[in-house]
Design a protein around this ligand. Structure first.
Ligand code: ADP
Length: 467
C-alpha cells in the first residue's frame, strides 16, 4: 500500500489546467470541472470547452499533413515513444479521470502505442480525404482516441479531435505529446466539449470524413447529419454498441468457464464494448453452475481502482450509475435479481450483479456496467439461442464454452459477431493480427487495427464493409 501511495503522490497535487489547443491558442472559455469517479472530493483538472467561434477557427486553420509518408511514420513512432516515456503521468490521468485500474491503464497505453506504430508502418503516400473529425468515447479514452487519430494522420488528413466530455484531460495530454513529436498544429486540433461540439464537427461541409466510437444512437445521428451536409460518399467509420452473449454447454469445463465469465462481465466494471452482457447456460448444469458463479462473484473486491487487489472499480459518472441502478431496481422489483455485491459508499460504484432473464431479447438496451444477465437453455434449443442472439441486430463479441468440436464450428459460423472467443475470456484484440470490430448495429467496419482500416481514411475508393 505504501508503494502504491508513493507512486500516486507525485500526481495527487497535480492540477491539470487544460484548455483547448486550437491552432496553438489557449481558450478563454469558462473551465468545466473534470470528475474523478472513484473520489467525489478530487478534481483531476479543468477544461475549457470549445465554443462555436473555436470550431470555426479550427475548421478554417485545418490543413492536411502534406509531409511524405516516411516522415509522418517517423513522427507517429515518436509519439508512441513519448507515450511510453510519459507512462507515469498517463496512468495517473487515466486513474483519476476515468477510474482506470493499473492493469487497465497499462493495457490501454500498450494498445495506443500499438495503433501508432501499426498505422505508422502502413502509412500510405498522401491521398487524404481532407479534414477528418475523430469522436471518441470515455471507456478507452487513450487507446480508441489515439487509434482514430493515428489512422487519420497516417493517411495525411487534418484531424479535428472531439474526445468524450468525461475524459478531456488524457486527450489534452496526448495531443500535447503528438505536437511535441512533430505533428503540425494545423494537422491536429483538439476541440473538447459535449455532443453539440461533435454535432457541429460532423455537419460542416468542409469535413471530409468521420471516425466515431460510441453509442449506436449517436452513430445514427451522425450518419444522417453527414448525409445532409457532407459531400456524397464521405466515409463514416463507426464502432458502436453490443449485446454480447456467451453460450456455456454441459460439456464446458466449469472452473474455466466461471473464471472467463467473471473477467468478461466484471473487469473494467463492465465498461468495455466487448463485455459479456448475457450468458446462456445449458439447463442441466444451470443450478450448480449459477452457484459456482455467485461464489466467484463473492470473491471479487469492489473499490478503489488504484489498489491492485481491486477487481471492479467505479462506473464513469453519476448519470451512468443512476441508469444502471434503475435497471437493477426493476429486476429486483420483478424478483429477477439473483445476486448482488455490496457497493462502496463514496464514488460512482455499481457492484457486480447477476440478473435472471429469459433470453437476450429481454434486454431493451446495452447496460454498460458490471451487470450480467443469465438465461438457461434446453439441449435441443441451441439454434433458437443463436437465432435470439442474431435477432438483436448487434454483432460485436460472442463467447462459446464447449468441448464438442463440431459444435464450435456450427455455432461460430452461425453467430453474427465481429470477434468470437472460444473456451477463453471474451476480451481483447491484437493490433495487426486480431483486429477488433463489429457487424450489424455494432459498427460499419473495417476493423480497427486491421489491414483494411487505413484505406478508409484515404480518398481511394474502398469497400465499406468487412475485412
Ligand atoms: P456513450 O454512451 O459512450 O457516452 P455517446 O454516443 O453518447 O456514447 O458518446 C460518444 C461520443 O460521441 C462522445 O464524445 C460524445 O460527446 C459524442 N456525441 C454525443 N452526441 C453527439 C452528436 N449528436 N454528434 C456527434 N457526437 C456526439
Amino acid at each position: 500500500l505504501d508503494a502504491i501511495e508513493a507512486a500516486r503522490s507525485p500526481f495527487a497535487s497535480h492540477q491539470w489546467k487544460a484548455a483547448p489547443l486550437i491552432a496553438g491558442k489557449a481558450n478563454p472559455n469558462t473551465p468545466e470541472r473534470v470528475e474523478n469517479p472513484a473520489d467525489p472530493a478530487d478534481t483531476p483538472g479543468t477544461v475549457a470547452w470549445a465554443s462555436k467561434a473555436d470550431i470555426e477557427t479550427a475548421l478554417a486553420a485545418a490543413a492536411p499533413w502534406t509531409a511524405r509518408a516516411s516522415e509522418r511514420a517517423t513522427i507517429l513512432n515518436r509519439v508512441a515513444d513519448l507515450y511510453e516515456e510519459n507512462h507515469g503521468e498517463i496512468f495517473a490521468i487515466l486513474h483519476r479521470e476515468a477510474g482506470k485500474s493499473i492493469p487497465d491503464a497499462v493495457a490501454e497505453l500498450r494498445e495506443a502505442a500499438d495503433f501508432l506504430r501499426y498505422y505508422a508502418a502502413n502509412a500510405p503516400e498522401a491521398d487524404p480525404v481532407g479534414i477528418f473529425t475523430c469522436i471518441s468515447p470515455w471507456n478507452f479514452p487513450l487507446a480508441i482516441f489515439t487509434g482514430q487519430i493515428a489512422a487519420a494522420l497516417a493517411a495525411g488528413n487534418a484531424v479535428l479531435s472531439k474526445p468524450a466530455e468525461q475524459t478531456p484531460l488524457i486527450a489534452h495530454f496526448a495531443i500535447t505529446l503528438m505536437h511535441r513529436a512533430g505533428v503540425p498544429q494545423t494537422a491536429l486540433q483538439l476541440l473538447p466539449g459535449a455532443g453539440d461540439v461533435g454535432a457541429a464537427l460532423t455537419s460542416d461541409a468542409r469535413v471530409g470524413g468521420v471516425a466515431f466510437t460510441g453509442s449506436t444512437d449517436t452513430a445514427l445521428k451522425i450518419r444522417s447529419a453527414m448525409v445532409k451536409n457532407l459531400a456524397p460518399g464521405a466515409p463514416l467509420i463507426a464502432e458502436t454498441g453490443g449485446m454480447n452473449a456467451m453460450i456455456v454447454d454441459s460439456t464446458a469445463l466449469p472452473e474455466q468457464a466461471v473464471q472467463a465469465i467473471v473477467e468478461s462481465a466484471f473487469q473494467s466494471a463492465g465498461q468495455r464494448c466487448s463485455a459479456l452482457r448475457c450468458l446462456y447456460v445449458q439447463e442441466d448444469i444451470a443450478p450448480h453452475f449459477t452457484e459456482m458463479l455467485t461464489g466467484a462473484m463473492d470473491a471479487l473486491s469492489v473499490g478503489n481502482p488504484w489498489l491492485l487487489s481491486t477487481d471492479c472499480g467505479p462506473v464513469i459518472d453519476e448519470e451512468a450509475r443512476v441508469g444502471i441502478a434503475a435497471h437493477i431496481q426493476t429486476a429486483r422489483a420483478e424478483g429477477r435479481l439473483l445476486h448482488e455485491l455490496k457497493t462502496p459508499n463514496a464514488g460512482t460504484y455499481i457492484a457486480p450483479t447477476l440478473i435472471r432473464v429469459n433470453g437476450i431479447g429481454d434486454l431493451e438496451r446495452e447496460i454498460f456496467g458490471p451487470v450480467l444477465h443469465i438465461a438457461s437453455f434446453k439441449s435441443g434449443d441451441l439454434d433458437r439461442v443463436i437465432h435470439a442472439i442474431n435477432a438483436t441486430g448487434y454483432g460485436l463479441t460472442f463467447g462459446l464454452m464447449t468441448r464438442i468440436d463440431d459444435r464450435v464450428q456450427h455455432v461460430t459460423e452461425a453467430v453474427h459477431a465481429g470477434n468470437i472467443y472460444v473456451n477463453r475470456n471474451q476480451i481483447g484484440a491484437i493490433v495487426g493480427s486480431q483486429p477488433f470490430g463489429g457487424e450489424g448495429m455494432s459498427g460499419t467496419g473495417p476493423k480497427a487495427g486491421g489491414p483494411h482500416y487505413l484505406i478508409r481514411f484515404t480518398a481511394r475508393t474502398a469497400p465499406r464493409k468487412g475485412e
